[in-house]
Design a protein. Structure first.
Length: 164
């Protein structure tokens, strides 16, 4: 499978001819050397059986050329075109690197208090009931609204915004 990704080079704003030659000789012939906004990066179109192997081999090639990796990027549009199994595999790989426990789920009232503290005036006091219900849905504390409830919320919002 062909994998498209970009690797940014650490502490480099532009490639020299010698660096370009070293990268080509190290195996980066499937990469396009670029520089923009004071950073140098390589966009790869690398053939490999997995993304992990494609990125690992690209990193090894770059390091063999004497350069250091800053970070790796995958374009969102490119990622969206990947088969579901590939996206799930990437998500699992990322989650495997997280060494922290998952965050504690807050109550709806705690979330509302935090929103009001960060964004005063964003919601009217009358919105609290609706917010509590929506946040409860997001936290899994109740069943999702049915069509009648959604229509009622839309009608209430329309009345508040536009009147009669």
């Amino acid at each position: 499978m062909l994998w498209l990704f970009t690797i940014t080079i650490k502490d480099l704003d532009e490639f020299t001819d010698a660096q370009a030659d070293a990268l080509y000789e190290a195996g980066c012939s499937d990469g396009t050397l670029c520089s923009s906004d004071g950073r140098a990066y390589i966009h790869f179109d690398r053939e490999s059986e997995s993304l992990h192997k494609a990125i690992r081999s690209a990193i090894a090639d770059i390091e063999a050329a004497g350069l250091e990796i800053d970070h790796i990027e995958i374009d969102r549009d490119e990622l969206a075109e990947w088969p579901v199994e590939q996206r799930l595999s990437l998500a699992r790989s990322v989650m495997a690197t997280v060494n922290e426990p998952p965050p504690k789920l807050a109550t709806a009232d705690e979330v509302i208090a935090e929103i009001r503290a960060r964004y005063p005036g964003l919601f009217a006091q009358s919105d609290t009931r609706k917010l509590r219900s929506l946040i409860g849905n997001a936290l899994g504390n109740r069943q999702p609204p049915n069509d009648a409830e959604v229509k009622q919320w839309i009608d209430e919002h329309r009345m508040e915004k536009y009147g009669s």
